[in-house]
Ligand binder design. Structure first.
Ligand code: NAD
Length: 500
């Protein structure tokens, strides 16, 4: 049996999409595993006037995919309490305080509280202010605040939001969610690097030519268009998830795998992240917006035709660009990043392209002038694993070489049993482990980086939108970007796979 955790969760936005799709099922998995047992309770707050009974049904419905047994689902849902709550109404916090105190007694929660902000960021300030002024924060036990993305719209707004939150919570009580950091293979980047001498010894600018991070989605904006229209791919993906992956790839080995040591290294390497000038940003980043296509008989519309999107929208649904870390290890090694919607395939992966051997001695004997570069690929989604592309001799006469792929993928069964990102992150927060959350210093630096690119783009509307067709891998400019540095994208679904 697992070590039981003791806490009261107060979820702001308890009727929302995130709570139902991610939080309740994740809490239930922790319950099934015994991390949550007798000493926990959840208060869900939202505006609607629901009864506890109705709320319990919502909780049980949200567990449907997990196919729980009825008695267990009911016992779990019994720990949930609903409070109709307008976040701007001080009176409601008084009611919440009394309910929290009652539940604390009933379940013997020792004053441990986790506050989860599962609603629009514009309310975070007013909520945390009331948590303090209405004395919902406890003196005994821990008080931890979990905050969802987006954390700000740019550096200035993120800073203001952070100052608001810091009036009630100290940095070590704040858990800023980046759910990519909860994914198995993202966490595995460190294991691959620091657990394998043959990899870590080559992990620098002497052996690595370039690093490519691709986070491609096959879907369009769907029902998130209203939010997306105000954000775009840069804010939605690059400033947070992609920057975090780049940081884990680039950081120095930490002294230990503790939250503090890892954070220190992440913050340190981010200080070396080159912040472009406006002119550099225009050269180093390209943007795109998807256009209509017919794929497998299905008619896909333009981004500009989606509901809640302006017909002349300038919002990018694709970004490709170059990040650079200016330090001893990485000087001269571009980190090419790419993300977008309606791309050819849904995939998250990192390709590390190694430099060529000093000379191709097989040239005369082979049809190929060029040896293929060695590539280490870390697959994050949809399959998890890693692969190494190496050159081998072709069987037969002569010395022709050809690339072969050494590939390791976790079995579908192992992947299915791996905890969901949100389950991991909730357990981390219960344990007070902030390794997989984003520190303010990291966020501040990635916003400074993203801001310049946004400013560069704001200076000139994109004249060629839409500039890539749905189902492709983005605009041609994304390929040209790499070609300028003598590189090309390793991951290209249109190119045939190498046959082993
Ligand atoms: P949602 O619109 O589905 O839910 C919002 C919740 O806030 C509802 O429960 C609503 O009742 C409540 N609410 C709104 N105004 C209120 C008020 N004045 N007083 C009290 N309650 C109020 O939103 P969501 O998709 O669940 O997203 C919540 C947060 O999580 C957002 O910050 C979003 O950016 C972030 N997020 C969501 C997802 C996701 O998959 N849904 C993913 C990443 C981040």
């Amino acid at each position: 049996m697992q070590n039981e955790k003791v806490a009261l969760f107060i979820i702001f936005g308890g009727s929302g999409d995130l709570a139902r799709r991610k939080l309740y099922p994740s809490l239930f998995r922790l319950y099934q595993k015994g991390y949550l047992k007798d000493h926990f309770a959840v208060v869900g707050t939202a505006r609607r006037p629901w009864t506890n009974e109705y709320y319990h049904n919502i909780i049980k419905e949200s567990l449907a995919d997990l196919k729980p047994d009825d008695a267990q689902a009911t016992a779990f849902a019994d720990h949930f309490y609903y409070q109709s709550h307008d976040v701007t109404n001080t009176e409601h916090y008084v009611v919440l305080r009394d309910l929290a105190a009652k539940l604390d007694q009933k379940y013997q929660l020792n004053g441990n509280r986790i506050y989860y902000m599962a609603m629009s960021p514009r309310f975070f300030g007013v909520i945390v202010g009331h948590l303090k002024s209405e004395q919902i924060l406890t003196d005994a036990g821990f008080n931890r605040l979990i905050i969802e993305k987006p954390f700000g719209h740019d550096f200035q707004s993120a800073k203001e939001l952070n100052s608001e939150i810091r009036t009630s919570f100290s940095e070590d009580q704040i858990y800023r969610i980046d759910h990519y950091l909860g994914k198995e293979m993202v966490q595995n980047i460190s294991a691959i690097r620091f657990g394998n001498n043959i990899i870590e010894s080559l992990w620098n600018n002497r052996y690595i030519d370039n690093i490519q991070i691709t986070l491609s989605e096959s879907l369009g904006v769907e029902e998130r268009a209203g939010y997306y229209e105000t954000a775009g791919a840069m804010r939605d993906m690059v400033q947070n998830h992609i920057s975090q992956i780049a940081t884990l790839l680039a950081m120095e080995p930490p002294v230990s795998f503790s939250a503090e040591d890892i954070r220190n290294e992440k913050i340190k390497v981010l200080r070396s992240l080159h912040i472009d000038t406006i002119e550099e940003a225009k050269r180093n980043f390209v943007r795109g917006q998807y256009g209509a296509a017919t794929i497998d008989g299905q008619q896909l519309d333009n981004y500009r035709d989606a509901d809640q999107v302006a017909t002349d929208s300038n919002t990018e649904t694709f970004v490709a660009g170059k990040m650079e870390f200016e330090n001893f290890r990485w000087s001269g090694v571009p980190f090419f990043v790419r993300t977008g919607k309606r791309l050819a395939q849904k995939a998250t992966r990192v390709d590390i392209v190694f430099k060529q051997v000093p000379q191709n001695i097989f040239k005369a004997a082979s049809d190929n002038d060029e040896l293929a570069p060695n590539v280490l690929t870390i697959y994050i989604e949809p399959t998890e694993g890693f692969g190494l592309r190496a050159n081998a001799k072709q069987i037969g006469q002569g010395y022709a070489t050809r690339p072969v792929d050494l590939d390791f993928r976790h079995s579908a069964r192992a992947t299915a049993n791996s905890p969901e990102a949100y389950e991991r992150l909730l357990l981390d927060a219960l344990n007070g482990d902030s390794t997989n959350f984003t520190h303010w210093d990291e966020l501040a630096q990635t916003w400074r980086f993203a801001d310049v690119i946004e400013q560069a783009w704001a200076q000139e509307p994109a004249a060629d939108f839409p500039n890539y067709v749905s189902g492709s891998m983005g605009p041609k400019a994304a390929d040209e970007l790499l070609a300028r540095d003598g590189a090309k994208w390793v991951f290209d679904p249109a190119r045939p796979e190498i046959e082993n």
